[in-house]
Design a protein around this ligand. Structure first.
Ligand SMILES: [Zn+2]
Length: 822
């Protein structure tokens, strides 16, 4: 028997299902409802089947309550199954109250009260499956796992149910489960069986739906954030993922370097402990190919498994090797030998963090499911056995965050001054903070403060131009900030979250043995006020004593929107008024390959209520583009993908082919006839090369030992005389993610709108080889025929987060209309 066969046999006779009690006879198994066991080869349950199963479980079991959190982007119900012992389920409000007190030690006035809460409380654990919809097995597994918890009678499961409350989220992306299930069924038995669908599996974000946990742009992240960080405050969050098919079989923490310096060491240790427990349980069950301390790190803040650290909770990630959706996959020895990553020389070589490599062969959805079931149970088992420790540590982390720093010069708060002329960005910043449970106060009377010297040293774009206050003078000067400003104090339970969102990130200079840059797992910098273009200086002293201040604690994000005249009207998705000054017919290119930058482009256009039409390859090939559009936007995408799309034979015919040479010719004609073509980052390449523009990317072919910038915030210098930079500050933070920089010969047709700053270029993140970028062109307009091409070297709308540079897009569109109506 292979190890997999052993474990499946063990699962089917495990104590979980061995002795169904009389009440559990009536509880439907997933198989009895679906007609197949979740995880069976070439089967998939879609969202209505999953929600239907959980509804039936809710009705049949007194251990399960299913709640609908709200609607997904495409209006499917997002659900959570709360699973615990019957007596706990009957007392959920009591346990929620205990959690809320443990999460905020200010509500606990005496040690005896604390001890009582710890004695009475349950460890709240969240397990969330398949946020990434092509990593589909978790969503299927959730039904089987819930069923086994609902029916098991063995002592260990009973102890788990008594000591923990599980919030099981079958998928925080219901729309994607259906996109993948429908596609899988459609292609089953065809040559395309097991391939990923050629569309984004989240309407706006695709895979980036797990890059949104501090920005809360998406409905799904908003709903889950409310459940976790306003209601339940889980001590442990386990996010179930799948990775590529050819490497290790299963990753679990400890994570790789570098750690985020704002994560408490106690949390990192608890994360490691949990990971090793899972690894040991998997090994004991005979599974091979489990790796720890590899690839995935804790630096970046925006994922489902990283956000918990900033709420004093333990975040666990697992990454099972993928099958081909629900179709088995065969992995060869050569593939394993080629698989390499940080912390893994290859997938055949034993190492201390990878002691038992998997033997090549067939890999099935069931293998993934069996490992995820064991990992889920390990997490609950640890939570149950060390219940009091988890509750106490959680409380203590919150308490430590409340300590007021005693040293002169320590930061006390961040201020968001009134009068920044970017109300929608201020509302977004403050609303996002409140939605994740951070306390924000409004000044109802002026406040006199001393700002941190670091603020005075940095070149602050917005302060210089737009503030109704002045920053400057001696470092110790008391300055008055007007009423209507907002203040975020550091001594609150989420202190580390506040710091990690407001402070610039300083990514360590990490190089490989060959001197190349070592790629971080995700981006290196994300400072929220910078991304949003909002000034938010740090405060080190406040003149008014606590009882002299007039402050209002904001209850919800709606209050801020109301303050800033951005209240949502009934039926409105977003209150922001279309910033484009004249009606303009905009097309946003949507190719045959899924492109997250395209999704985020639609997201910011929808959020700012700027009308557009998605334009497909076939329309590009057809031509006569000026009849329908004044401006066309090419989101960031490789030129060859735009031109060629999916190759013939790799996808069903309707999903192959790009705009082709005919489309390139039509685009050229569109510009020559007076249209405006707006290109973001990689897509600039298409215009530059295909139209022979007198401009070149100076970063093309540069080695990562000479230049590297993997997702950081950089400073731009703007030419405000140009209509596209009009009414903006002289410098502006912009998002750069392995992006582009241009040089141009002196040419009457090239007008430079923004350059990468000549000094203080890096604002947050990691920038290696700064001299390659200083003073180079970041944004230019190139004339061609009667029209213009606008080249953004960076990502002006990156992940729907880079609001700072959105006005450049709106200004460009405003000027497009002016041209076409001349
Ligand atoms: Zn994933």
């Amino acid at each position: 028997m292979t190890c997999v066969a052993v474990i499946l046999a063990a699962l089917s006779t495990s104590s979980f299902a061995q002795k169904p009690a009389s009440q559990s006879d009536a509880i439907p198994s997933p198989k009895s409802v679906l007609g197949f066991t979740p995880g069976d080869d070439r089967t998939v349950a879609d969202w209505s089947q999953i929600t239907n199963y959980f509804e039936r479980l809710d009705r049949a079991s007194d251990r399960v309550v299913v709640q609908t959190l709200g609607q997904s982007t495409l209006k499917r119900p997002l659900i959570v199954a709360i699973i615990s012992a019957r007596e706990n389920i009957l007392a959920l409000p009591k346990y929620k109250e205990i959690q809320q007190q443990l999460a905020d030690p200010r509500k606990v006035t005496q040690n005896t009260q604390r001890d009582q809460l710890i004695a009475d409380g349950k460890v709240v654990v969240t397990i969330s499956c398949s946020i990434h919809s092509t990593e589909i097995v978790g969503s299927q597994m959730s039904m089987q796992f819930a069923y086994e918890l609902a029916t098991a009678q063995d002592p260990e499961t009973r102890a788990i149910l008594q000591n923990t409350i599980l919030l099981l989220i079958p998928s925080p992306n219901p729309d994607g489960v259906d996109i993948v299930a429908n596609w899988y069924r459609k292609t089953l038995g065809t040559p395309y069986e097991g391939k990923e669908p050629p569309e984004l599996y989240h309407h706006y974000a695709g895979h980036d739906n797990n890059r949104d946990w501090f920005m809360l742009n998406l409905k799904e992240t908003q709903l889950v954030t409310r459940l976790l960080w306003q209601e339940w405050f889980p001590q442990i969050v386990y996010d179930v993922h799948q990775q590529g098919p050819n490497g290790s079989r299963f990753f679990i923490p400890p994570f790789y370097d570098p750690p985020n310096p704002n994560i408490s060491p106690l949390l990192l240790r608890q994360v490691g402990l949990m990971g090793h427990k899972i690894a040991a349980d998997l090994q004991a069950a005979g599974f091979k190919g489990v790796i720890t301390n590899a690839l995935y790190d804790t630096w970046w803040h925006g994922g489902f498994r990283t956000a918990p650290y900033f709420h004093n909770s333990i975040g666990i990630l697992s990454e099972a090797a993928s099958a081909r959706l629900m179709t088995p996959n065969t992995v060869t020895p050569e593939q394993l030998a080629r698989a390499t990553s940080r912390g893994m020389r290859n997938a055949t070589e034993a190492m201390t963090n990878f002691p038992d490599p998997w033997q090549p062969g067939t890999w099935r959805p069931h293998d993934i499911m069996a490992m995820e079931m064991i990992a889920s149970r390990s997490v609950l088992s640890m939570a149950s056995k060390f219940r009091a420790d988890y509750l106490r540590n959680f409380y203590e982390l919150g308490r430590t965050n409340l300590e007021i720093p005693l040293n002169k010069g320590d930061k006390l708060a961040y201020l968001v001054p009134a009068g920044q002329a970017r109300d929608e960005s201020v509302a977004k910043l403050i609303g996002t903070l409140i939605d994740q449970g951070i306390e924000v106060y409004r000044l109802d009377q002026e406040l006199h403060v001393v700002l941190s010297p670091r603020v005075l040293q940095r070149t602050n774009p917005v302060t210089e131009k737009l503030g109704t206050y002045k920053v400057g003078g001696p470092l110790t000067a008391m300055q008055e900030f007007p009423l209507g400003s907002y203040i975020v104090f550091l001594n609150q339970p989420q202190r580390s979250n506040v710091i990690a969102l407001f402070e610039p990130q300083v990514y360590p200079n990490r190089l490989t043995g060959q001197g190349e840059a070592e790629r971080p797992y995700d981006v290196a910098g994300w400072t929220l006020p910078l991304q949003l273009g909002v000034d938010a200086p740090a405060v080190i002293a406040i003149r008014e004593a606590a009882n002299e201040r007039k402050l209002t604690l904001l209850k919800d994000a709606g209050q801020v929107r109301a303050d800033l005249a951005l209240a949502l009207k009934k039926g409105e998705e977003s209150p922001i008024k279309n910033p484009v000054k004249h009606p303009v017919r905009v097309g946003i290119y949507k190719g045959s390959t899924s492109n997250m930058d395209e999704g985020w482009t639609r997201f910011v256009f929808d959020t700012f209520n700027v009308p557009y039409t998605s334009i497909r390859d076939v329309d590009m090939r057809k031509g006569s583009l000026n009849e329908k559009f004044d401006a066309l936007v090419l989101p960031s995408q490789q030129s060859n993908q735009i031109i060629n799309g999916n190759a013939a034979g790799t996808m069903p015919a309707e999903y192959t082919g790009g705009i082709t040479e005919a489309g390139v010719k039509n685009l050229k004609e569109f510009v020559n006839n007076g249209g405006m073509l707006i290109c973001f980052d990689n897509s600039c390449d298409l215009a530059i090369k295909e139209f022979n523009l007198p401009i070149r990317n100076v970063l093309e072919g540069v080695r990562s030992s000479d230049f590297y910038c993997p997702g950081s915030i950089l400073s731009l210098e703007l030419d405000n005389k140009h209509s596209i930079a009009t009414a903006l500050p002289a410098t502006l933070p912009a998002y750069f993610i392995n992006s582009s920089a241009y040089a141009a010969a002196t040419d009457a047709n090239v007008r430079v709108i923004a350059r990468y700053a000549k000094e203080n270029l890096l604002m947050s993140g990691w920038l290696l080889g700064e001299e390659k970028l200083r003073g180079q062109i970041a944004l230019a307009e190139v004339g061609m025929g009667k029209g213009r091409i606008v080249l953004f070297g960076f990502r002006p709308q990156h992940r729907g987060q880079a609001w700072s540079t959105l006005p450049l897009i709106w200004n460009a569109l405003s000027s497009a209309t002016a041209t076409s109506t001349e």
